[in-house]
Design a protein around this ligand. Structure first.
Ligand code: HAM
Length: 427
């Protein structure tokens, strides 16, 4: 029989199944413990937002906004975009809910899916998950150091291998502007040796030249002016204080004056964790300060700092967390009248379902046979589930097997749950 054409998941997307979903649950638990313990509260923002939020927040000249967004017009003709990142939405929510009136800094974390139309490959997807943390309302360098330390701690706990932390400062807007002009002059002077792409972006986004793999461009960038040399005294002091706090916290880092991040909102501190385990897509997580973003989105002047890390990349570079299997207190099995019959098509007796319901109502974790297996097959299955007890429901009475003690007894069906509870209490 030929079926209909199979429909596949879109390129760059994937299904989260079995072990992977269990590993993600462990990651989420660890994140909640670490971030919740540090005073961060969970936030959920909508999957889609007004396109304008990202155009204004992330920046028109970035790759994300200029070519990677999933934007669409809804039925009323309004342009919406599947969120490509989480910082602009969090700042939007901060402004929308008047969070500047709360005690500062307001600290929020999220674990959500994001969407970018990128070239799909291992570690780079079109729908991916990030865990992120944002602290709004304080420009104290201790907040920078705390934010970075929390990500370092999370990655350490998840055993992400061969980690490197690169750190830099982009300074304030005035220094950036002056630096930008100096860099543009340098690029124009050596335009002939640059890649076509970099040459085309001299006016729009000259800083991205530091990201280029093109040999000629790389050579030109070796002698390019460095932003760190342009910082104001105040910004340089802020950066020194961030470093001093990371030092006392024992977080190792390298200063990398060529570190540029692919989003326009950054000011002052920027950082990125990479893992040599990951090959081409080495970025595990990164972030920085965005002291002008809230105001740019219509809110009061509010400093902010945060980071996001890719869940898939953490799992690729880390020791897969081993979730403890959910315990099964009771597996409800049943006998067939003639064991030799093929099992398919047989339905479980109502008595088995009644026992399952009673067990769950009493607070036990319970499962039952749902595939019409032979009794032998059911016992094998209960074994793989590591069920502590198996009840084999018969016509009048039920056999209760203690899978740990390898003993069994015959009990009336209405006494099974009581017997299991009693048995568990004696563990
Ligand atoms: P981002 O560097 O664009 O920063 O993304 C953060 C992390 O998300 C990356 O380091 C990477 O692990 C993961 N990631 C990004 N794109 C993909 C993809 N296509 N497939 C798989 N993983 C990916 C931000 O998004 C900023 N919002 C971070 C931030 C928060 N800055 C301040 N606060």
């Amino acid at each position: 029989m030929s079926g209909a054409d199979r429909i596949k998941a879109p390129r760059g997307t994937f299904d989260v199944l079995g072990e992977s979903s269990a590993a993600r649950a462990v990651l989420e638990d660890r994140a909640r413990a670490i971030l919740g313990g540090a005073g961060y509260e969970r936030i959920e923002t909508p999957t889609f937002e007004a396109t304008e939020l990202f155009a204004r927040g992330v920046g028109e000249s970035t790759d994300i906004v200029s070519k990677e967004m999933y934007s669409f017009a809804d039925a009323s003709g309004r342009s919406l975009t599947l969120r490509p990142e989480g910082t602009a939405p969090v700042c939007r929510a901060y402004v929308e809910h008047g969070m500047h009136k709360l005690r500062q800094p307001v600290r929020l974390w999220y674990l959500s899916s994001f969407f970018r139309h990128e070239r799909a490959q291992a570690g780079r997807y079109r729908q991916f998950w990030q865990i992120g943390a944002e602290a709004l309302g304080s420009e104290d360098p201790a907040v920078d150091a705390e934010s970075i330390s929390l990500l370092a701690g999370l990655l350490d706990e998840l055993e992400v291998a061969s980690l490197r932390l690169r750190l830099s400062s982009l300074g304030g807007l005035a220094a950036r502007q002056e630096y930008r002009e100096r860099l543009q002059a340098h690029l124009r002077e050596h335009a002939g040796r640059l890649s076509e792409e970099v040459r085309g972006r001299i006016e729009l986004n000259p800083l991205r030249a530091f990201d280029s793999e093109h040999p000629g461009t790389r050579a030109v960038m070796q002698s390019a002016p460095r932003l760190l040399d342009f910082l104001s005294a105040e910004d340089a002091e802020h950066f020194a204080e961030v470093r001093a706090r990371l030092d006392v916290a024992g977080v190792a880092y390298e200063i990398d004056p060529t570190l540029v991040r692919g989003l326009d909102y950054y000011t002052r501190t920027v950082f990125e964790f990479t893992s040599d385990r990951l090959g081409a897509q080495a970025g595990v997580g990164g972030g920085g300060r965005y002291d002008g973003l809230v105001q740019q989105l219509g809110g009061p002047p509010t400093p902010g700092i945060g980071w996001a890390a890719g869940i898939e990349r953490i799992l690729l570079a880390g020791a897969a967390p081993h979730p403890a299997p959910a315990p099964v207190d009771l597996f409800v099995a049943y006998g067939h009248s003639r064991e030799s019959e093929p099992a398919t098509g047989r339905h479980a007796p109502a008595g088995a379902f009644a026992l399952l319901s009673e067990a769950r109502a009493a607070g036990l974790t319970a499962q039952m046979e749902l595939a019409g297996r032979s009794l032998k097959g059911q016992l094998g299955y209960a074994n793989t589930l590591e069920a502590r007890y198996v009840a084999i429901v018969g016509a009048g009475e039920t056999v209760l097997k203690d899978m740990l003690g390898s003993s069994q007894e015959t009990v009336a069906q209405d006494a099974v749950v009581h017997a299991v509870l009693r048995g568990l209490r004696t563990l």
